[in-house]
Design a protein around this ligand. Sequence first.
Ligand code: ZN
Length: 416
Amino acid sequence: MTIKIKVALILLIISLSVNAQNTVIKAGHLFDARNGKMLNNQIIVIQDGKIKEVGNNPKFSKSDKVIDLSDSWVLPGLIDCHVHITTNLSYRKRDWNDKYVTESNALRAIRGSIIAKQFLENGFTTIKEIGNDGNYATADVIKAIKSGWIQGPTIIYAGKIIAPYGGQSWGINPENEHFWDWEFMDADTPDEIKKAIRKNIYYGATVIKMVTGDNGIYDVADIKAAVDEAQKFGMKVTVHVKMGGLEATNVILGGAAAIEHGFGLDNTQLQLMKEKGTFLVGTDFAFDNWYAYGMDSAKAKAWAAIDIDRLKRAYTIGTKMAFGTDIVIDLPGLNRIQSNLKVLDNWKAAGIPPSYILQSMTFNAAELLGIEKERGFLEESYYADIIAVKNNPLVDIDAIKAVHFVMKEGAVIRKD
Ligand SMILES: [Zn+2]
């Protein structure tokens, strides 16, 4: 190569990098997740999928691509910390066992890809998928998203659920022992727990999910063994505890990152969670969601009241909460995300301020997932996971049900 050609090439490379087109979003209002407030007239400059600068007056070039959201409320992409994208039970039937027999892993992966897209298009740019996904069906959905075959959110993934003998099955006859292996791994000692964690990680897990109290109860030492093993891989442990009691106390003392559900946690436990930094992912089913499980109206109402009471107590005590829905039954005429967001009825009924609800869906959730340095805020160096709505969600949180703009890592997914 002659010197002339080399110089020409270098000049070309320099000019390309100088003129690289950034994306600029003009935000009429922007949610400051850290302080729970809206900032007016902000400009976000995006380069290579990340936020380069944000503020009142950042510099940008005339050749940059401008997206005008000056009439909108702009928020970090939302995060749901408890989802099951490959599962769908029939309305008012609770047909888990039938589904295990009739739905292949392939069918479930196809469903997962559809629901993953629903999450993304409705503003959830990150989800925590925690099991009940057949034989690692979600691992394939994640591969398809990463390969660009389909669109979906960033997925933090648990793999199979680790549980005491029997998983979350009930009344299976001995001839069908291990029927539940389809979705659960029996692990009854610290060594078995370690092995199960390693297996999940091998198949793609990035978070560890355990269940305690449905069949056996894990000891503090069992939970601690899981936390120590997961930590070696930089992962967190989250544990399903349906109500409260000894199983909840063991999970908190064992150092798990979160309790999922915890419908019956008492004030002492919520206080202990606050002190230990244990998150509550409350999965606060609204009346419609409980009713969808086949309960009669009175029972569904009673369960919704339990949720509301526990939400109120957790908020008053100051237990850290991360938003999680756990819906596996689509309500009539609604898609999965619309069905999920029914839980907001309970957050509203509990009197929790919209700013805190949004924080539980952004930076609290990011902290629980260990991604708080990458996502959950609209600040410099964060991924450009950005959504917009037409009404102020700090006035009515239901505004987030009508997302009209979604960007994931700098790519526009939706712009109505
Ligand atoms: Zn769940």
